[in-house]
Design a protein around this ligand. Structure first.
Ligand code: SF4
Length: 307
């Protein structure tokens, strides 16, 4: 592996060690875990979450950390089954407890049914918007139910650099600052999320997973649509090929912005959703908002007022 950004040329063994060292260093430097943490890994079966599960299971064995992996089944036929199968097998092989949570059980609808309802109601929202909002909420509620104190996700350097630029392009300074927030300063009411792979480039994760002998699951979701993120990804890849190290600079810059802004991150802006009671920065949380657009009343939530 030739790393353009650093000029290092690494053999297979040194490359694998170097990726793991980067992750362990991130965990230590950013104090991602406390000794008593119970960590829930968001495991989709894709390369990033597979690499994360492997590395955290090594760490868990060395430090006696309690781990559980959760795979969310949104209900997308022909797409999620393979990821679920890979996730179960990996957890079995690594000795990590594995659980599954489904949209159908939690919301009463699969993503396919939600998208069909959205089409019926001529909603302009895309499948990915529903999926992202509902998945985030399910992940948080599942973590609370399991007594997890951290949720670890497989976001890599490329994901992080793209998110920084997207937030800049949208002028969303608050989100930009929160992206680099340490778990201890995240908002109350949410299980803090940590991203141990945020300094590992996507390409290196793919190579790491391949060298470790795991399957690369690259099936495309039928709901994926061209988005701003795709354009930002292409732009960043072009810049990285011309100016190696660009992605590291973008993420490093967002860390510095967080340091400057952290005093003004409004802890007090957290409220309780008037319908479901969950912590949110708004009167009605995003989950309740999108469900009410579709006329779905989730069990335990106050009904939406008549329009
Ligand atoms: Fe969900 Fe969109 Fe990802 Fe498909 S592509 S799993 S709809 S976020």
């Amino acid at each position: 592996m030739l790393r353009q950004h650093s000029g290092e040329a690494l053999c297979r063994r040194c490359f694998v060690r170097s990726v793991e060292r980067t992750v362990f260093k991130t965990i230590r430097r950013e104090r991602l875990f406390a000794p008593e943490d119970k960590v829930m890994i968001a495991l989709s079966g894709g390369k990033d979450s597979v690499a994360l599960t492997h590395i955290l299971s090594v760490m868990g064995k060395a430090h006696g950390k309690e781990l559980v992996a959760l795979t969310i089944d949104e209900g997308i036929s022909g797409y999620r089954e393979e990821g679920l199968e890979i996730s179960r097998k990996i957890c079995r092989d690594l000795g990590v407890e594995h659980r599954t949570a489904t949209f159908k059980e939690f919301y009463g609808y699969t993503l396919e049914e939600i998208c069909a309802l959205a089409k019926e109601k001529a909603s302009p929202l895309l499948g990915c918007t529903f999926c992202g909002i509902l998945r985030r909420r399910l992940l948080n509620d599942a973590a609370l139910e399991m007594g997890a104190t951290k949720v670890a996700t497989g976001h890599n350097l490329d994901d992080e650099a793209q998110t920084v630029l997207i937030n800049i392009l949208r002028g969303d300074v608050d989100r930009l600052a929160r992206l680099a927030a340490k778990p201890s300063v995240l908002r109350q009411g949410f299980v803090p999320r940590v991203k141990p792979l945020r300094y590992v480039p996507e390409r290196e994760i793919a190579v790491y997973v391949y060298l470790k002998g795991y399957p690369l699951y690259e099936r495309e979701c039928p709901y994926v649509r061209a988005s701003l993120r795709d354009e930002v990804r292409d732009m960043l890849n072009l810049l990285e090929s011309r100016h190696p190290g660009t992605k590291f600079s973008v993420v490093g810059g967002s860390n510095r912005i967080f340091e400057m802004l952290k005093g003004s991150l409004a802890e007090s802006s957290i409220r309780r959703c008037v319908r479901c009671g969950s912590p949110t920065g708004r009167e009605v949380c995003r989950m309740c908002e999108v469900l009410s657009l579709l006329g779905i009343d989730k069990k335990g939530c106050a009904p939406a007022p008549d329009e």
